[in-house]
Design a protein around this ligand. Structure first.
Ligand code: I24
Ligand code: DGL
Length: 279
């Protein structure tokens, strides 16, 4: 019975789509989440910078004695997973391999689509991951940064949303797919609209939900799961931005009225800056 927490990091609040799955699938595993609200979005940032920021969030979580690290952000996974994983002595899980695996399993035509931020699509991480497993699959990647803005401007249920989603996904009319990976934390909120635009014949893959299934498998593989059914963990949430805004969004999304995130000063996150301040 290992009661150490599992650490989840994200560029902001989108990673809470992964956390929601974690709370549903693994209710007896303690969650520690940190979102880098102050520096979001990661999507348009150069990979080098995303790696640097992801390291900072990782160090914060390591100090919390986590037993596993989940990079709950597609852009951060694309840029930083391969750099961070070999340096840690705990299992590190990203969101890209689980989503890719589910797509390989689901496709019948061998035509798979992937949508994500500019950073994720530019890295080609999904296509490379899929082709490492199966070279016969045709991958059509489309950058969909506007869908992130739709969610963040609270317009994901609006009439505009339908129009923007249809425009963004237009390339799939020319290159039909039977499976589409939602390769960004925000897209599950647009799921009904994406499904409507793509048609009922297309299977949508939620990378975050697949990732939590993988976390569950790995907990058992490494024999570090907590199966004590009487353990009702008190999850911890941290943000580099406004705790009040985090509480509003996270409380609503996770259905937790008593959400009290703690604001982490970037100075605490970045050792170099605090050293300069002390001098
Ligand atoms: N959803 C996300 N990010 C936001 C948002 C949102 N604002 C409204 N909603 N803002 O991500 C990010 C930028 N902000 C953060 C706060 O500080 C200033 C900058 C998706 C979250 C998915 C769990 C829409 C919204 C909401 C409540 C629940 C869900 C949701 F208001 F999508
Ligand atoms: N969390 C990011 C992702 O999944 C989306 C938001 C951002 O660009 O920071 O790619």
């Amino acid at each position: 019975m290992n009661k150490q927490p599992i650490g989840y990091l994200d560029s902001g609040v989108g990673g809470l789509t992964v956390v929601k799955e974690a709370l549903r699938q693994l209710p007896h595993e303690k969650v520690i989440f940190i979102g880098d609200q102050a520096r979001l979005p990661y999507g348009p940032r150069p990979a080098e910078q995303v790696i640097e920021f992801t390291w900072e969030l990782t160090h914060f979580l390591l100090k919390k004695n986590i037993k596993m690290l989940v990079i709950a952000c597609n852009t951060a996974t694309a840029a930083a997973l391969s750099v961070i994983r070999p340096k840690l002595n705990i299992p590190v899980v990203g969101v890209i391999l689980p989503g890719s695996r589910a797509a390989i399993k689901a496709t019948k035509t061998g035509n798979v689509g992937i949508i994500g931020t500019n950073g994720t699509i530019k890295s080609d991480a999904y296509a490379r991951t899929i082709h490492r497993k199966n070279q016969n699959i045709q991958v059509t990647s489309v950058a969909a940064p506007k869908l992130v803005s739709l969610v963040e401007s609270n317009e994901y249920q609006s009439v505009i949303a339908k129009k923007v989603v249809a425009e963004t996904l237009a390339p799939y009319k020319k290159h039909p797919v039977d499976t589409l990976i939602m390769g960004c934390t925000h897209y599950p909120l647009l799921r009904p609209i994406i499904q409507n635009v793509m048609g009922d014949g297309v299977t949508l893959i939620d990378s975050g939900a697949e990732t939590v299934s993988e976390v569950s498998t790995l907990l058992d593989y490494f024999d570090i799961a907590n199966d004590d059914q009487n353990y009702h963990p008190e999850h911890e949430f941290y943000t580099t931005g406004s705790a009040q805004m985090f509480d509003t969004i996270a409380g609503d999304w996770l259905g937790m009225s008593q959400m009290h995130a703690e604001k982490i000063d970037l100075k605490r996150l970045i050792p170099q800056i605090s050293m300069e301040m002390e001098q």
